[in-house]
Write a protein that binds this ligand. Structure first.
Ligand SMILES: [Zn+2]
Length: 279
């Protein structure tokens, strides 16, 4: 089943093509008259690859024609892949065509945080990338946040990381709570989840223009010297076709103190107290 395919990838590093295949199957199985997409990615040029894969393997195959020969997702590109308030509402308005006045359309909201990895005989090292003959941070916005930077975008990220009174920044910077070698990886996982939560909160409190089912997928792009991989963090399904909006979530929680990191032949695997579900 399509749903299971996507769910089976949560917490596991995988080929981004498999993530797009899971999304396509979900969309096709639901027989939606229209499929729209709203994508959020970081400004880092390393993330153009993630956009390109999503464009080629999901958008071009599933979205309506924008103009001759062109299909496109509604997109936000900013420092640290912050969900931009209002984005889902404007995107939903665009894809609310006459075909979906009676039958619900599907809106896919894909939010990608990111982290670079370099492999060596000592194992993977996260958070830095060799590019242009130099080594630089990746994701630089999250690295700045972890270091206490004061750019407006970085302050907004930090605010999201302190949501609900849980100081996830303090957790990530405490080597007794999060191993220092996984700090940047787990900051990206936490960010993907928190930014998705912001989108979900907005979806849950807003009346779409036409009946809509939402699939919000939070992911971490893992930027590599070879083709990038991707780690799905969680998936929200929100049914806003009736007055009572329903939401179900499957995936990792939002507390970096609870994440467990393992590596196997397929790459990194992350679990926590709520994922995978035991029953
Ligand atoms: Zn970044």
């Amino acid at each position: 089943m399509a749903v299971d395919q996507l769910i089976s990838l949560i917490g596991r590093e995988t080929d981004p093509a498999r993530v797009c295949a899971g999304l396509r199957e979900y969309a096709r199985k639901g027989r939606f008259p229209v499929v729209g997409a709203c994508e959020t990615v970081c400004s880092d040029e390393a993330e153009r690859e993630s956009e390109s894969v999503f464009q080629r393997l999901f958008v071009k195959q599933m979205l309506p024609v924008l103009k001759s020969g062109t299909r496109a997702a509604f997109g936000t590109v900013n420092l640290g892949s912050r969900y931009e308030p209002g984005a889902i509402q404007i995107a939903e308005d665009h894809y609310a065509t006459s075909e979906c006045e009676q039958t619900a359309k599907l809106m896919v909201v894909k939010i990608n945080a990111h982290v670079a990895v370099q492999e060596s005989s000592d194992g993977p090292t996260y958070g830095r990338m060799d590019r242009y003959g130099c080594r630089s941070t990746c994701c630089g916005a999250l690295a700045s946040m972890l270091a206490g930077g004061d750019l407006p975008a970085v302050k907004e990220l930090a605010q999201a990381f302190r949501h609900d009174g849980n100081d996830r920044l303090e957790t990530l910077n405490d080597p007794n709570k999060v191993p220092a070698k996984y700090r940047t990886l787990l900051a990206a996982v936490t960010n993907a989840r928190l930014q998705a939560d912001r989108a979900v909160a907005e979806i849950s409190g807003y009346d779409p223009k036409t009946p809509t089912k939402w699939l919000v997928l939070s992911c971490v792009s893992i930027n590599r010297p070879e083709p990038d991989t991707e780690l799905p963090v969680g998936r929200h399904l929100i049914d806003a076709t009736a007055d009572a909006v329903t939401t179900e979530y499957q995936g990792l929680g939002d507390d970096p103190a609870t994440y467990r990191v393992e590596h196997d032949k397929d790459g990194v695997r992350i679990t926590d107290d709520r994922w995978p579900e035991s029953d």
